[in-house]
Ligand binder design. Sequence first.
Ligand SMILES: Nc1ncnc2c1ncn2[C@@H]1O[C@H](COP(=O)(O)OP(=O)(O)OP(=O)(O)O)[C@@H](O)[C@H]1O
Ligand SMILES: [Mg+2]
Length: 290
Amino acid sequence: MSATGVRPELRVVTDSAPPSPDAAAEAPPGVPFLAVDGVGKDYPLRGGGSLRALDGVSFAVRPHEICVMLGPSGCGKSTLLRMVAGLDAPSQGSCSIGGARIVGPGRDRGMVFQSYTSFPWLTVRENVEYGLRLHGETIALAEGAGEYFLDRVGLTKFANHHPDQLSGGMRQRVALARALATYPRMLLMDEPFGALDAETRWQMQELLLEVVTRERMTVLMVTHDIDEALFLGDGIVFLSRNPGRVREILRPDFKRNGRPATKEAMYDAPGHRELERHVMQLMRDEGKRA
Ligand SMILES: Nc1ncnc2c1ncn2[C@@H]1O[C@H](COP(=O)(O)OP(=O)(O)OP(=O)(O)O)[C@@H](O)[C@H]1O
Ligand SMILES: [Mg+2]
């Protein structure tokens, strides 16, 4: 794995933002940041036999790219994300970071799970700061990385609450803040905004874009939502199901001069509407195949 195990240096990014690890370590030239190569996954069935969840899935994610996996329920998005996180192993093929095969979890990858996972015995602030404490990031803690992200996800007032005192959307924001606060080189997110109301969802999507662009993080995320995929994805891997296969890889051309910073800017971008219609058509086709 490209994670060296050496604690990255910390640096102050801007006057207002907390310190973050230096993203200096890059994949060697010509090597994608993440390579998913011929990945298949079979799950054993209780009564014998097996279920093929993924079959021959290949795609690459470049450094600093946001790659979105989009596709219908059950096409294997979470399964693939868990393999990139190192929480599960492919039955065929491999996933590699910087040319090195993924064999387990690493601190180079931060994960936001589909079911928002917070530690119920910790307060909101302690949950957000959990990763920093785990990795001994005392400078980042002292400089307020936890406070900064609590504020950015709008939960400062709830810092001393426990997760069971929060709504589903608030818990999702805790999980996002916790993942961002450790500044992972690769952020893995499984439908991180699914439980949010529309306006909070835009805000969190825009926060994510701002932080990953500024910090040059590489992102692999899962969504059901076409609008979210088009707004966040530099590359969109559309998966079909039974078994999960790559149906199409899309690169929004309307982003050739950079990522739109707001939803409004995306809607105004030439080519956005055509791509949206194309992806809707893919979704409808998949619906018919169900
Ligand atoms: N641990 C498991 N054991 C057996 N089958 C599993 C397991 N995890 C997932 N599957 C099966 O693999 C397939 C893909 O599941 P997965 O959760 O990856 O889909 P998904 O695309 O994330 O769906 P959703 O959009 O609903 O979250 C499904 O058919 C599911 O039943
Ligand atoms: Mg899923």
